[in-house]
Design a protein around this ligand. Structure first.
Ligand code: UFG
Length: 335
């Protein structure tokens, strides 16, 4: 049985990926510092799969703790989720973001180099494309100057991986996620935003639940069919499965280059107003919302061309936007 280290394995995308890894027959060891989740998620994963993953509470910024972990654990692959992810916050705390998102990445790669470990999957983001000149966005679209420190950590992260792969013969895949949403169908795990949500879907579900008065729709004067911004919303379970596909590509040595990157989205763009309508349909609730000015730093539209990911990873999304929003709503109601 192959043993896979999942860093940030108790977070939103990490926990769903742990479940899919266990379902696919992998043994999982999780590292998480619990800075943005709770230990209870470990029990929920265990309830879903029937197997408790090995867990280590480690802060990956502490180089010695990373070293100690690898002294005692031999792994066949690493899926690295652990990182800070708040775009706005990253502008006020750039050094914390660079330290956590890039320092930890370097420590992990050094251990891989020194111990001859291989197979690394990195959480990247469609943010590397900025506002792409052409839609849908293919992997050939240029990486644009990052608008945020968070986005810059993903761009620099990919550069670090490319260089490390070349110099140390490591096989690495970066997955450029579009907008992950939804919750596990068991409704045992989902997204746990702290404080006031910044992302659209948790804001919608909290508004529908009566925790927020109304949703602000940021701008209806974009150059899109209904004037609101367009994104590619992907169900987190579909996203989790892309990691298994990428891992299997590396383990089976089907990769074509040492460092590869793929777009992970549905290929379908939805506007904010379309998401609201789909949510109302999925939940049976009417949503209170108003149009307000654009949010600073937002782009007009981003959705993926998934042709290459579908072919090379032998993976495609299976769930609809309504299914994703329905699961987010059930998850919210259960909180
Ligand atoms: N939106 C609203 N009201 C809200 C929240 C969001 O109208 O209360 C709109 C946004 O303006 C945007 C869309 O809903 O048009 C989606 O916004 P999110 O904040 O949910 O997602 P983003 O596309 O802005 O952000 C995502 C990821 C980031 C990543 C970024 C890169 O969450 O991690 O894409 O583009 F950096």
């Amino acid at each position: 049985m192959k043993k896979i280290l999942v860093t940030g394995g108790l977070g939103f995308i990490g926990s769903h990926t742990v479940v899919e890894l266990q379902n696919a027959g992998f043994e999982v060891v999780i590292i998480d510092d619990l800075s943005n989740t709770t230990i209870g998620v470990l029990d929920k994963i265990t309830e879903i799969t029937g197997t408790k993953p090995d867990f280590h509470q480690i802060d990956l910024r502490v180089k010695n703790d990373v070293k100690n972990f690898f002294e005692n654990n031999k792994v066949d692959g690493i899926i690295h989720f652990a990182a800070f992810k708040a775009v706005g916050e990253s502008m006020h705390k750039p050094l914390d973001y660079y330290e956590n998102n890039l320092g930890a990445l370097v420590y992990l790669l050094q251990e891989m180099r020194d111990r001859k470990l291989d197979n690394f999957i990195f959480s990247s983001s469609c943010t590397v494309y900025g506002q792409a000149d052409e839609l849908p966005i293919t992997e050939k679209a240029p990486v644009k100057t990052a608008e945020s420190v968070y986005g810059n950590t993903k761009q620099i992260g990919e550069e670090i991986l490319k260089d490390a792969s070349k110099a140390h013969n490591l096989n690495i895949i970066a997955l450029r996620y579009f907008n992950p949403i939804g919750a596990h169908p068991s409704i045992k795990i989902g997204e746990l935003p702290l404080g006031v949500p910044q992302n659209l879907i948790p804001y919608i579900t909290q508004t529908a639940a009566g925790m927020r008065e109304e949703l602000s729709v940021f701008g209806d004067d974009y150059d899109t069919p209904d004037g609101t911004a367009v994104r590619d919303y992907i169900h987190v379970v579909d996203l989790a499965k892309a990691h298994i596909a990428a891992l299997e590509r590396l383990i089976n040595k089907n990769n074509k280059k040492g460092f590869e990157y793929f777009n992970i989205g549905t290929g379908k763009g939805s506007s904010v107003l379309e998401v609201i309508k789909a949510f109302e349909k999925a939940s049976g609730k009417t949503l209170n919302y108003k149009i307000v000015p654009r949010r600073e730093g937002d782009i007009t539209a981003a959705y993926a061309d998934t042709t290459i990911a579908n072919k090379e990873l032998n993976w495609k999304t299976e769930k609809t936007l309504e299914e994703a929003l329905g699961s987010s709503w059930k998850w919210q109601q259960q909180q």
